[in-house]
Design a protein around this ligand. Structure first.
Ligand code: MOS
Length: 753
């Protein structure tokens, strides 16, 4: 066990819990600004064409209207953002071009929200409309291979086509996953305030320094003049990872007006002014021996994107690494349609692509008459099958075994339609979950007082996952203090930079840099104690001295109160600035942070190890024999993700992921009208998500795992793994219940008629 693992593992309530439940926690649009004007967006009602003219007279006549921004009056003022949570963005007010449904074509600013809204609805747009392409198969949609780089080619080895042709047992099938939207509880908001040349932006973001740099670039101003603030984020899931066009336009509106401007976009507008999870089509082929050993894996994906963007998630990087296999071929294509640019959404790559792989593994298990857990065991591997590196750790089968035991898998009769309870057909399914363990560079400022109070400042992001608490736990335990003795400040670009909170890297990234700063304090205290002839530790090994329970402590239990040990290194407050570049980071990773670059080290991008977390989902479904209603009474999921900083919030994070996985399997789909390329169900009434009555007992097992290869603290990250594979576990359970293999999500009653 890494020496540092003792720091973690105690379930700790959120340090911000009371603030959140009492309304004291400020989300971006809650931040008080003096005398704001209110903005309301006007969005296009066509998906492709041009804005031929905007009639603004009726809108201007609404009492309280202050300004209306259109491409005619502000088009040249802003460069489009280079990326929007993943892809190159489609532009908005820069020209008269309409790239997608719901594109921003005007911004109305008024004394009140109501006046701005009324005026926005009185803006009359004339369009020169062209016939749009909605999605796969639409006339005019154009597919091309996605772009690869020498560092990141499509995974391939051996001769997969020949091995598939020669295989004793073969599966070769097509799968599809739909458009989905993040729909975070917090709406998409932006408030901009200018003080002379200095711009402050209040906006929920997963990248404080990234947003700062991107908006400065768009406006052509010095990034040092831009501050971004987002103390709490009401859900992000990738939707707030990048910069979208609205931020710079609100900044322009505020500058033109000489007054703060606040935008709270509507729920409906949130479907088109930010990104979403693109629909996919996939082909998955597996070849195996009669004993179930994989001999061939072919995975091809197609993903919808906008006209100008090549954005894609290419989940084959994960699926090609799941199982030992000598012959692998993968390919990814993008299909350009008249749509807004998709982007990151919780386990962007793994969620759709693992659906195909884990469904196909279940199909193969049936073709072999083999238990699906045993099929995964036969093909388990300690070696990354793509490039031959070792996994830093891989506890996949421990997850399967512990979850299977808890779930009661042994009671399952594997024959389809064999289990029944009255009118309900019972199905049990399982699937592998995984997520790469990523980590980024970060900086932190730590100050400690003689009385043992610490303040930790870094521009990390509280996107709901418990980031404040992770930092507080790390600092408290590293300094031997209590969690309540640590004050954590996050979510402000005036604080030291941290990489984007994406790719489940936050805990590993922030804990690593905070630990480093605390270690600096500990080692200074230890070094001073060793030199002091009056100290209990005179001439001891400084490396053997640790801070626990409010004291500097030696190996044989000798201890000195924190205050006494601290007094040797500082009279007043001791301030430490630390930066951390994780193993595998490029030499300029830390410097890049200060320019808003993310520079994450990916679980697949290291020279020494491949680093992934693994898990296993088990689900029971009940399908009504006549109505085909589908219920999911029971879920057991197990995860092994290295060091768990806070088991309490981790449990919730895993559970939330598992429930979202059920949602993706059975409910969620943003429907696109094939004629107009417009989203049909842009609201929370018609975008179906599970309510409590749809949500089963979810039991989470955290499988202990020690991994000092992934990073010194052994943290793999847990933000996204919970969702991955659950869609396949449900489809596999539906097959077991009904004998119907559904390869297109979501699975609804009508899929089974
Ligand atoms: Mo996540 S989709 O990397 O915010």
């Amino acid at each position: 066990m890494p020496r540092t693992a003792r720091l973690f593992g105690r379930p700790t309530p959120r340090v911000d819990g009371v603030a959140k439940v009492t309304g004291a926690a400020r989300y971006a649009s809650d931040e008080p600004v003096a005398n704001p004007a209110f903005a309301y967006l006007v969005t296009s009602t066509i998906a492709r064409g041009r804005v031929a003219g905007l009639k603004l007279d009726k809108a201007r006549a609404v009492a309280g209207v202050l300004d209306i921004l259109t491409h005619d009056n502000v088009g040249a003022l802003v460069k489009p953002p280079s990326q929007a949570s993943g892809g190159a963005t489609t532009t908005t007010l820069e020209s008269d071009r309409v790239w997608h449904d719901g594109q921003i074509i005007a911004v109305v600013v008024a004394e009140t929200f109501e006046a701005a809204r009324e005026a926005a609805h009185k803006v009359e747009a004339d369009y020169t409309a062209e016939t749009p392409s909605a999605t796969f198969g639409s006339p005019g949609a154009v597919s091309e291979p996605h772009k690869t780089t020498p560092e990141r080619p499509d995974p391939a080895k051996g001769d997969a086509a020949a091995a598939l042709a020669d295989a004793a047992v073969r599966i070769d099938a097509r799968y599809s996953t739909p458009t989905q939207h993040h729909n975070p509880m917090e709406l998409f908001t932006t408030t901009c305030v200018w003080h002379g040349p200095r711009l402050t932006i209040y906006e929920g973001s997963q990248s404080m320094w990234g947003l700062k740099a991107a908006v400065a670039r768009q406006l052509g101003i010095d990034p040092a003049q831009v501050r971004t603030v987002s103390h709490f984020v009401g859900g992000a899931f990738g939707s707030r990872g990048g910069t979208t066009s609205r931020t710079a336009w609100i900044a322009i509106a505020a500058r033109r007006l000489g007054r703060p401007v606040k935008l709270v976009a509507t729920r409906e507008q949130g479907f088109t002014i930010v990104t979403y999870r693109a629909e996919t089509r996939q082909r998955l082929a597996l070849g195996a021996t009669r004993e179930g050993r994989l001999t061939a894996l072919i995975h091809e994906g197609w993903e919808v994107t906008s006209r100008p963007s090549g954005y894609n998630v290419a989940g084959v990087d994960a699926t090609a690494r799941m199982y030992a296999c000598p012959n692998i071929a993968t390919a990814v294509h993008v299909t350009h349609a008249d749509r807004n640019t998709p982007g990151f959404m919780r386990a962007p790559a793994e969620t759709p692509y693992m659906f195909a792989l884990e469904s196909a593994m279940d199909e193969l298990a049936y073709a072999l008459a083999m238990d699906p857990i045993e099929l995964r065991r036969v093909n388990d591997t300690a070696i990354d099958p793509v490039d031959g590196k070792r996994f830093s750790s891989r506890s996949l089968m421990a997850c399967f075994d512990q979850a299977a035991a808890r779930f009661g898998w042994a009671r399952r009769d594997p024959r389809p339609q064999s289990m029944r309870d009255g009118d309900w057909l019972i199905g049990m399914g399982c699937a592998t979950s995984t997520y790469p363990s990523n980590i980024g560079p970060a900086a932190v400022r730590l100050s400690v007082t003689p009385r043992g109070k610490a303040t930790v400042q870094l521009a990390a992001h509280e996107i709901g996952t418990g980031a404040y608490t992770v930092v507080a736990i790390t600092a408290a335990h590293s300094l031997g203090l209590r969690v309540e003795d640590v004050n954590v400040m996050l979510g402000d670009s005036d604080l030291p930079p941290v990489t984007v909170a994406g790719g489940s890297n936050n805990a590993a990234t922030t804990a690593s840099v905070v630990y480093k700063a605390c270690e600096e304090v500990r080692s200074r205290m230890a070094a001073a104690a060793v030199k002091d002839s009056h100290s209990a530790f005179h001439r001891a090994d400084p490396a053997a001295l640790v801070l626990v329970g409010g004291a500097l402590t030696g190996p044989r239990g000798a201890a000195e109160p924190f205050k006494k040990a601290f007094a040797r290194v500082a009279g007043g407050v001791l301030e430490v600035h630390a930066e951390n570049a994780p193993k595998g980071a490029k030499p300029d990773a830390v410097a890049g942070l200060y320019q808003g670059k993310s520079a994450m080290v990916s679980g697949m991008g290291r020279a020494d190890f491949t680093t992934f977390a693994f898990g296993a989902h088990f689900v029971e479904v009940r399908v009504h024999a006549r109505t085909r209603e589908i219920r999911t009474p029971r879920v057991v999921s197990a995860f092994a993700a290295g060091t768990i900083v806070n088991p309490l919030t981790a449990y919730s994070q895993f559970m939330g992921g598992a429930i979202w996985g059920l949602s993706a399997a059975l409910f969620e789909e943003t429907q696109v009208d094939p004629r107009t390329a417009r989203y049909v169900n842009k609201n929370l009434g018609d975008y179906i998500v599970p309510v409590n009555a749809d949500t089963p007992d979810v039991e989470i097992i955290i499988v202990p795992e020690e991994d000092d290869g992934v990073n010194p603290l052994g943290i793999k990250g847990i933000g996204e793994i919970g969702i991955v594979g659950m869609n396949a576990a449900v489809a596999n359970a539906v097959f077991h219940a009904t004998g119907r293999r559904i390869r297109d999500l979501p699975i609804r009653a009508e899929s089974l008629l």
